[in-house]
Design a protein. Structure first.
Length: 142
């Protein structure tokens, strides 16, 4: 056995003996989050459609969108026309449109109807000084 044959044999043995990485996991749900647009302009549709086209080209199969869907009762007919165009882009790209209609956080949807719905914290025993019809918190002396 020549030296080159031995080197080839060693290379084959090493190649067979070295553990291979496990195959990558398959993720059936791959989505893009569409954020930062509100369908207030026709340009929003063009920009969102570009993202959806790119996502579909890279194997994405869903698009999560808030787009102000939690305040539909306050939207104009133009908004719904634009939303329909985005929905058509999802269909064309075989992307599931996943609406995010209950975003928690600052409560923008609920507060857009009545900002008095914001929860206040109960405060008892806090000293206030009232002058000229305005109450101001008196700082704690300690």
């Amino acid at each position: 056995m020549t030296r080159s044959h031995r080197l080839a044999l060693v290379a084959v043995v090493i190649a067979v003996a070295v553990p291979r990485p496990a195959p990558a996991e398959s993720y059936p749900d791959r989505f893009v989050w569409i954020f930062g647009w509100n369908l207030g302009r026709d340009e929003d549709v063009a920009e969102i459609t570009a993202v959806l086209d790119t996502a579909a080209q890279h194997g994405i199969n869903g698009a999560v969108m808030s787009l102000g869907l939690d305040t539909l009762c306050k939207r104009s007919p133009e908004y719904f026309r634009r939303l329909d165009q985005v929905q058509q882009a999802c269909r064309r790209n075989k992307l599931e449109l996943i609406p995010a209609v209950f975003s928690v956080g600052y409560g923008g949807a609920a507060l857009s109807h009545d900002n008095n719905l914001a929860e206040g914290l109960l405060v008892s025993g806090a000293p206030f000084a009232v002058r000229d019809g305005e109450a101001r918190l008196v700082p704690d002396a300690s």
